[in-house]
Design a protein around this ligand. Sequence first.
Ligand code: HEM
Length: 184
Amino acid sequence: MAELIHSPKKLLKVRKELEESLGKNGEVEESHISKLPYLNAIVKETLRLHPPAPFLVPHKANDDVELGGFTVPKSAQILINVWSIGRDSSVWANPKSFEPERFLDTEIDFKGKNFELIPFGSGRRICPGLPLASRTLNFMLASLLYHFNWKVANEMNPEDIDMSYSYGITLHKAQPLFLVPIKV
Ligand code: HEM
């Protein structure tokens, strides 16, 4: 929501997609979600830029492993910096910019097969909550955007929203986002 409030054109674009798909007085249903490519792209782009678990969960090497010319010794703790992978300019064009459009013409998904986008991890220990989280994120965002228009509280300018992080095992906004819903 914070990224969308910063990008009014993208907010309009996703609300238009929802209105074209659901009509004027509809209800968001789970079956709609797969037919909303721009909304899906917004969720992917958000997980690329702001992965909730920036280092995944610590793993441990069972044995000595050779990886990309480096030796990872047995029992070493492995942290995967997905936050940094999501902002790697050798992988992503304009990596710091919120551009859901980058996901419209690509099959890249966060289901663990595309290593440039693994906010849920990958392999045997991939997040088992991925299908639930993916449905819930898309469904909640679609509901918020379809039923309400949003403006920043206290007449604040969207540019002045504090986008800094509070760091920890999970990543979240340092300052809460205060938005006012306007019923449509
Ligand atoms: C946006 C939402 C979520 C994100 C970004 C997320 C991310 C992650 C990540 C990065 C891991 C560690 C993967 C690894 O070891 O490399 C993980 C593990 C796990 N997640 Fe999630 N998760 C989310 C939602 C959920 C939900 C909704 C559930 C349960 C209903 C869940 C249950 C778990 C469990 C049980 C593990 C441990 C799996 C294991 O170690 O074998 N997660 N999650």
